[in-house]
Ligand binder design. Structure first.
Ligand code: PLP
Length: 335
């Protein structure tokens, strides 16, 4: 089967498996795992932040960001379709008594006008906005990226309020724009990134930010049950993800574009949408999404939906040129 459901389906590479078996480990609960430390330090440097913590999942990284940047009852502005808003089982409310003020994120970014309007509502008997959370790349819009300068302008508009970047696929944004990750997230207070998506590590995400928040991040990780012990075994493949798997994301982007071209040819009404999706996600509206998924499955291709009638096809390391050609041909012949 050709599995296009997600880039999370990637398996660790042989090099990663070897690194796992030879990783130096210690008890990370005591801060004594040298491999975890190396991963955290490398990531912090890579994204230009003072320090970082290794956590089991991207969801936990977002949830820790909420807990260190807000207090119960606070309001956070975010895009209506962001992961932290709709794909984390209501964790922000359940764990942290947080509410979101959601803005239109149809094209992946938030408009400055919408942000400014939200900030002004405090003058009209509504709660103050405490922080802004954005997603880059933005999954539901087909992996769209924040363009150079847009995050800096947003940060300027929100003043001292913290800005968190859900960068589950931050390195896809780096590769798509050619701008180093550190530059992309320079205006952000905190940034998270997943190792277990296109970077192919089996598990783990990182949350980076200022040194002043790291101690509290570790406390919140513990509270959420994410403090690990000899975690070097799973941090080791993460180091390889960061050092050897970023550049190859360009291949995923090229293959996604070839699939997008087939989609555009078959369903011209979504051509503009899919042909402008710049990374490894092809997301489009289809009136008979379930029927399309069944048709693809009968042809040996597994795809998914992210909401009713919205199909998602994701390229990753295990989708090579032959698989891409096959997918394109099957899509062109779709009923
Ligand atoms: C944009 C975004 N943020 C956060 C996450 C959460 O990552 P995890 O599945 O590791 O919890 C995902 C996962 O798909 C994601 O796509």
């Amino acid at each position: 089967m050709i599995d296009l459901r997600s880039d999370t389906v990637t398996s660790p590479t042989d090099e990663m498996r070897e690194a796992m078996s030879s990783a130096l480990v210690g008890d990370d609960g005591y801060g004594e795992d040298p491999t975890v430390r190396e991963l955290e330090e490398r990531f912090a440097r890579r994204v230009g932040k003072e320090s970082a913590i290794f956590v089991p999942s991207g969801t936990m990284a977002n949830q820790i960001a909420i807990r260190v940047l807000t207090k119960p009852g606070d309001v956070v502005v975010a895009g209506a379709r962001q992961h932290v808003v709709i794909y984390e089982e209501g964790a922000a409310a359940r764990n942290s008594s947080l509410q979101f003020r959601t803005l239109n994120d149809h094209r992946g970014t938030l408009s400055l006008e919408d942000i400014q309007r939200s900030l002004e509502t405090a003058n009209h008997h509504q709660p103050e906005i405490s922080a802004v959370f954005v997603e880059n790349t933005h999954m539901p819009s087909g992996g769209r990226v924040w363009q150079p300068g847009e995050l800096a302008t947003l940060k300027e508009a929100i003043g001292d309020r913290p800005l968190h970047v859900d960068g589950a696929r931050l390195f896809n944004a780096e590769v798509a724009t050619g701008i180093p990750a550190a530059e992309i997230v320079a205006p952000a207070t905190t940034v998270m990134c997943c190792l277990s998506k296109g970077l192919c590590a089996p598990v783990g995400s990182l949350l980076a930010g200022p040194e002043s928040l790291t101690g509290q991040m570790r406390v919140e990780r513990k509270r959420l049950g994410g403090s690990m012990r000899q975690a070097g075994v799973v941090a080791a493949p993460g180091i390889i993800g960061l050092t050897s798997m970023v550049e190859r994301l360009a291949e995923d982007h090229q293959r996604a574009h070839r699939i997008a071209e087939a989609v555009a040819q078959r369903w011209p009404e979504v051509a503009e949408e899919v042909l402008t999706q710049p990374t490894n996600l092809v997301v489009f509206k289809h009136l008979q999404a379930d029927g399309l998924l069944e048709y693809l499955s009968a042809q040996g291709i597994i795809a998914g939906t992210i909401s009713p009638g919205i199909v998602r096809l994701v390229t990753h390391r295990e989708i090579d040129d032959d698989a891409t050609d096959r997918v394109a041909a099957v899509i062109k012949g779709a009923p």
